[in-house]
Design a protein around this ligand. Structure first.
Ligand SMILES: Nc1ncnc2c1ncn2[C@@H]1O[C@H](COP(=O)(O)OP(=O)(O)O)[C@@H](O)[C@H]1O
Ligand SMILES: [Mg+2]
Length: 337
């Protein structure tokens, strides 16, 4: 029997996310380099693995290196290996990641920080499939597919001279943009439920009761600057802090440092524009101002939900019928103008 491909399950149903997954499926079978670009926590590593497991290299190794975590000399011997005696402490021959990934995929995670000298060596390895171990004289032939991932703007870095344009051109044969979580509201609750159910089972609970309506609505309203990673941590913390498995989760623990004793000091700019306060200009016509504000919020919710009215109602913690009623009252169109 043929072995199963160990493709990790990925949760997401937002149209932009599905489009991105299709792009991944199209790019996967080629042996050309691919760049996976997106904010921190969007799932770039998951996508890099998927590129490997959907390719016909899937039975060979996928090797991941976090380039940001290593100094230049360590990165060099990690990637290319070294011969015994190459430098003090190099007691034995060390086989590098390029050799270990032969026939498979090498994922260069957070590659924006790689030094220019290492970039040059990597470019050579990609262009000619040739590497040399540190301290070695033999040229080794490798067949490795490179997937790079970064949250940095590589074009800007290339313009500034800290990233080689020729390497960027080579890596960017195809670029996969992983959308931030705030651009795919549809995915927030399915991800939240999946993370909550996993956490409940990790806590040996037989059941996850679900999220209360206000809790769900606050999940949808949050901006998620840390994307799926932040959502995962937030949900796990919230489930863990509710000791009764039969109770709905009503409190989302967004900030682990929050205490009931002192107001949390959020960094400036972390609140969404809807939550920012303006000093009121007095005198004013209160009723009209409130109606204006209500209209503004209804439109903002429609826009944020891309005119999905169920979700827009949820964003405002209204029932669908209440929401529809308000649109009618103000004559607001439920379609993009
Ligand atoms: N679509 C998704 N479905 C399930 N889990 C996800 C998804 N996207 C991200 N994750 C999880 O979120 C966390 C962060 O993902 P990761 O790939 O490390 O992000 P990045 O490399 O972009 O910072 C990981 O635990 C990952 O498993
Ligand atoms: Mg990562």
């Amino acid at each position: 029997m043929a072995a199963e491909r160990p493709v990790q399950p990925i949760i997401g149903e937002a149209p932009v996310f599905l489009e991105m997954l299709e792009h991944v499926s199209r790019a996967a079978p080629l042996s050309k380099p691919v760049l996976v670009v997106g904010e921190r926590g969007t799932g770039k590593e998951l996508i890099a693995s998927r590129l490997h497991f959907l390719s016909d290299r899937w039975e060979s190794s996928v090797v991941k290196v976090n380039c940001a975590a290593l100094t230049e000399s360590i990165l060099e011997s990690e990637l290319f290996g070294h011969e015994a005696g190459a430098f003090t402490g190099a007691v034995r021959t060390h086989v590098g990641h390029f050799e270990r990934a032969d026939g498979g995929t090498l994922v260069l995670d957070e590659l924006a920080t790689i030094s220019l000298r290492m970039q040059e060596k990597i470019l050579r390895a990609i262009e000619y499939g040739e590497i040399q171990r540190v301290g070695g004289s033999e040229t080794l032939q490798v067949d490795v597919r490179i997937v790079g991932s970064t949250n940095a703007d590589l074009r800007q870095l290339a313009a500034d001279g800290s990233f080689r344009q020729d390497l960027l051109d080579r890596l960017a044969f195809d670029v996969i943009n992983v959308p931030p979580l705030r651009e795919r509201l549809e995915d927030i609750l399915p991800l939240a439920y999946a993370f909550a159910i996993n956490m409940a089972s990790e806590l040996k609970r037989e059941l996850f009761a679900g999220f209360g309506a206000r809790a769900s609505s606050s999940l949808l309203q949050h901006d998620w600057p840390g994307n799926v990673r932040e959502l995962k941590n937030t949900i796990e913390r919230s489930v863990y802090r509710e000791p009764d498995p039969n109770k709905l989760i009503t409190r989302i623990a967004f900030d682990p440092f929050d205490t009931p004793f002192q107001p949390s000091t959020k960094p400036a700019g972390s609140t969404s524009p809807l939550r920012q306060k303006r000093a009121p200009l007095l005198p004013m016509r209160l009723k009209e101002r409130l109606e204006e504000t209500e209209k503004e919020f209804l439109r903002a919710a429609l826009e944020k939900s891309r005119f999905n009215q169920t979700m827009a109602a949820e964003l405002l913690n209204l029932s669908y019928h209440q929401f529809r009623g308000k649109l009618r009252k103000y004559g607001i169109s439920s379609q993009p103008e």
